[in-house]
Write a protein that binds this ligand. Structure first.
Ligand code: ACO
Length: 436
């Protein structure tokens, strides 16, 4: 990928030796020291556990300014996208770099429709999971299994026909998520309909039943589009980095996405949306908000305010701004009086006025209010992270597409070994239990 090299270098002095390292510059002026040749010229590596200070790649997909609370996909602010676009437009934008034309959108929609059925033989797998299996575990397994069911998963075919691969993943996984839910409540699978938009189709597959027809509410569809758009990409987060790392070994796209889903399931990442609701309910039942704030601040306690804090944002997460606004609107529209919304707002107010959170720049993130919205839409709590995964698929695919190619190098960091020095004595083992 072309990079802009700045007319400046950073000089690193180690003892008597100095080395000039080139600076590279991003579109918005952010600069980085290129250390690619550091080891060759000095024998040194850099160390940055959890990569908080490392740009792991050049990317043209998403821009974040964590200090100003800015998030843009392919240059377009998310505020503009949620106001006008649908999730499918944004998926296309992330994968292709431009919003679709009328024909491109029609073609993409048709492919989503053609690819919406999961292979019938895959349905048997679902029978074998325990009833209470977490949807994220089921999903990561099923997506990995897709590589065995669909031909042409080799990299060249997928890259040459990215729309087919992308729509199969985006559409088929939507069917799987709805199926996981239907299975968990013992209802028959609802098949996708070709006359419905992506989000309306999903709601119908989730909630329609032969004995209780589901009336699709345009406001719920609008809101689901917004939630999916806001979750569609977030540059080099944990799961996207997992996708790039696994993908760099030229693993097939399905297994690569499966790794992303596994990473997303953790409570410090996408799993936080479920953890937030569990926390809000615990606070509501207990009634003492201040106690939970004290626990979050205490060094003797592992408890954290879930849905608070972010590696990239040092101000209010711009996604949380929109979700909070939509949350209040939607609950009013549906005449839902959810006490957990009051708890969340009060908790936010206390935390934002507390020096612990102020000094550490801890603000609500995308997960803080999203669960309240999903609850209001009827989505069960253990499915919240699966909703996040559905929405993040275009982002993962876009990053995979950007990374894969002839020049892709396998990701293989180094380490600083701090284990035992060489053991020069004879090794001693206990007497063997088995003779063969
Ligand atoms: N509650 C209380 N204290 C917190 C919180 C929190 N939610 N988040 C960070 N802190 C404190 C830490 O204890 C630490 O304090 P210290 O400097 O006194 O040791 C300081 O703030 C910095 O925290 P780090 O863990 O170093 O920040 P990091 O950037 O590594 O972590 C993370 C970011 C994982 C999101 C963290 O803020 C967190 O655990 N939040 C709660 C879980 C959550 O909401 N995750 C979803 C993130 S969004 C997403 O992934 C989709």
């Amino acid at each position: 990928m072309a990079t802009k090299v700045v007319d400046k270098t950073a000089r690193l002095t180690i003892g008597r030796k100095s080395v000039d390292l080139p600076l590279v510059c991003g579109t918005e002026g952010e600069q980085a020291i290129d250390i690619g040749k550091l080891r060759a010229s000095t024998g040194l590596v850099t160390i940055d556990p959890s990569l908080g200070n490392t740009a792991s790649c050049f990317s043209k997909i998403t821009y974040i300014d964590g200090e100003k609370g800015i998030l843009r996909y392919r240059g377009i602010p998310i505020e503009k996208l949620v106001a006008k676009a649908r999730f499918i437009d944004v998926a296309y934008l992330l994968i292709h770099g431009e919003l679709p034309t009328y024909d491109e959108r029609r073609n993409f929609s048709q492919l989503l429709n053609f690819n919406s059925l999961m292979h019938e033989d895959m349905r048997h797998f679902f029978d074998l999971f325990p009833r209470n299996a977490h949807p994220m575990n089921i999903l990561s397994t099923m997506i990995n299994a897709m590589a065995s069911f669909y031909p042409n998963v080799d990299l060249v075919s997928v890259v040459e026909d990215i729309d087919s691969a992308a729509t199969r993943i985006i559409s088929c996984i939507r069917t799987m998520v709805a199926f996981v839910y239907k299975k968990s409540i013992g209802e028959p699978l609802v098949y996708p309909r070709q006359d419905l938009s992506y989000c309306a189709n999903f709601l119908n597959m989730m909630f329609n039943s032969p004995v209780r027809p589901y009336e699709i509410c345009p406001e719920t569809v609008r809101l689901l589009n917004i939630l999916f758009i806001l979750h569609a990409d977030h540059e080099q987060n944990c799961s996207t980095t997992a996708v790039r790392v696994i993908g760099s070994a030229q693993v097939n796209l399905y297994s690569t996405i499966s790794a992303g889903i596994s990473a997303l399931s953790g409570p410090l990442h996408g799993g936080a949306n479920q953890a937030v609701i569990e926390m809000l309910r615990a606070i509501h039942e207990d009634g003492d908000i201040e106690k939970f704030v004290r626990m979050a601040k205490s060094k003797d306690n592992n408890f954290r305010l879930m849905g608070f804090g972010h590696r990239a944002y040092k101000t209010y997460d711009p996604r949380a701004v929109i979700i909070r606004r939509e949350c209040e609107k939607y609950l009013a529209f549906r005449k839902i009086d959810d006490p957990l919304l009051d708890v969340a707002k009060r908790l936010e107010e206390i935390a934002l006025g507390d020096s612990y959170f102020i000094e550490r720049h801890l603000y609500p993130n995308v997960d803080f209010y999203s669960g309240i919205l999903y609850r209001a839409m009827g989505i069960p709590e253990n499915m919240f992270t699966a909703m996040f995964a559905l929405a993040r698929l275009p982002g993962w695919i876009a990053h995979w597409k950007e990374m894969i190619g002839r020049d892709t190098k396998i990701v293989r960091p180094r380490q600083v070994y701090v284990g035992k020095p060489e053991n020069k004595s004879e090794i001693k083992l206990p007497k063997a239990i088995f003779t063969i």
